[in-house]
Design a protein around this ligand. Sequence first.
Ligand code: NAI
Length: 503
Amino acid sequence: MRHNDQTADVLVIGAGVMGSGIAQVAAQAGHRVSLYDSRAGAAADAHERLAATLAGLVERGKLTGDEVTATVERITPIAELTAAGDAGIAIEAIVEDREAKNRLFVQLERILPADALLASNTSSLSIDAIARGMTQPERLVGMHFFNPVPLMRLVEVVSGLQTDSDSAARVFALAGHWGKTAVHARSTPGFIVNRIARPFYAEALNLLQERAAEAAEIDACLRGAGFRMGPCELMDLIGHDVNFAVTRSVFEANFFDKRYQPSLVQQALVEAGHLGRKSGRGFYDYPAAGAGDTSGFRPPDAPPSRDNIGVRGQGPVAEHMAAILQQHNCRFERINDSKWIGLQVDSARLRLTDGRTAAELGRDIAVFDLPLVHEPGSALAWSHAERASANWVEQAPRWLALFGFAPQQVEDTPGLVVARTLAMLINEAADAVQQGVCSEVDANRAMCLGVNYPAGPFEWLASWGPAAVIRLVDALDAAYRGERYRVSPWLRQRAWSDTGGHA
Ligand code: NAI
């Protein structure tokens, strides 16, 4: 009879950052854990460090002394893999090297019982490639934790072509038993999170490369959209060496698809040793002052003008504008049937971006970014046409401020900051779903739990609508040419099924 996964002994191989965290989580869930590392003394050192960290949590009232003692006692550092020959579950967190992992799993197959679960915490290698040489490759499952393991709730359960569904289901259930939220992913480059998240960094790096905005402006805008951190400060935190390596690996693994092309801006930072927080310098110098801080924002007391005002289009942005104008007793015309959304003042226009630049749209034009959050003081990017009148250039940001946004002027670039980032995140998620990497629900869950996004890509899609996303990505494609901004066929299908198709 098969052992019970919830009470089985666990073997963790690799006592580094991830392995120690996995050992802790397994021990806290009640398993006896053997911790092995090929470097002599590394497992014992990790065990000692863990005991000290957990003792610190007792002082801060997060755990009781008894819980810590029990957890620490359940973990045994071992000097030989064979000492864990009875383990029912083995989780590998060794160096990210395919051949080292191949050798290890071949060995584990020999040492452990025939029904033991075999899992790899790889972040970038294919599960089938890791299973090479195994007698029963169907036993191998990816169990991809996020750093720091005890705090991050997400686990991607990754299946290769050969993985059997029963093994994946067992790993999925085990993650749940350990208090994690598991999602199923097919073994493809970057799995779910590291793939869908690429545009979050790439769009920021593109904006920097074309000198459309400064790092602090980009960060302020994405924080203004509800992200906990902007992409530049986040890359500084992750480390540019690590982030660049992940981007390169996804790029190479996709046969150099331009969509995932790494950035020269980031390469330069890596080459200069400006790796971010850990080296004291990245986009920012550390310790850094709050980048792009808008906390001192106060909206103006009155509208910049009161004549010939129209609110155009429908949806939350137009509703918000109309509500604010009413609060100020400002007379305006409501033009629902409009090709664009925003504010008209005489012949001047303040338009929600549809991906085209202000210059492309006419003379007295300012475009503003997609507002996701309507809290006063949320940073919002805007730009104006080069030939816009001085009067409109001065008035447009005052209107945005009246609507409660802290205006961040950027160069007149297609899709501004938030709109292009979100559109590309949605587009990437759509491709992932089409290719069977994950479900829509799991993509949403993975992005919210794995990288703390304020909402999942398909939640944004539901509120923004596929037609608007497609229009934006197509506009980016028209502006840049190339392969980066190609619309996911899945999105076009979705738009057609929403509208009943072309016919
Ligand atoms: P790390 O460098 O902190 O730890 C790796 C440990 O494995 C070291 O202690 C090393 O001595 C040991 N080791 C190396 N080869 C070994 C072998 N053949 N047998 C036994 N032990 C061996 O690395 P980290 O960051 O803990 O990563 C481990 C794995 O987890 C990698 O596959 C990585 O891609 C993956 N991962 C890392 C994440 C991170 O944020 N650091 C996130 C998710 C996955």
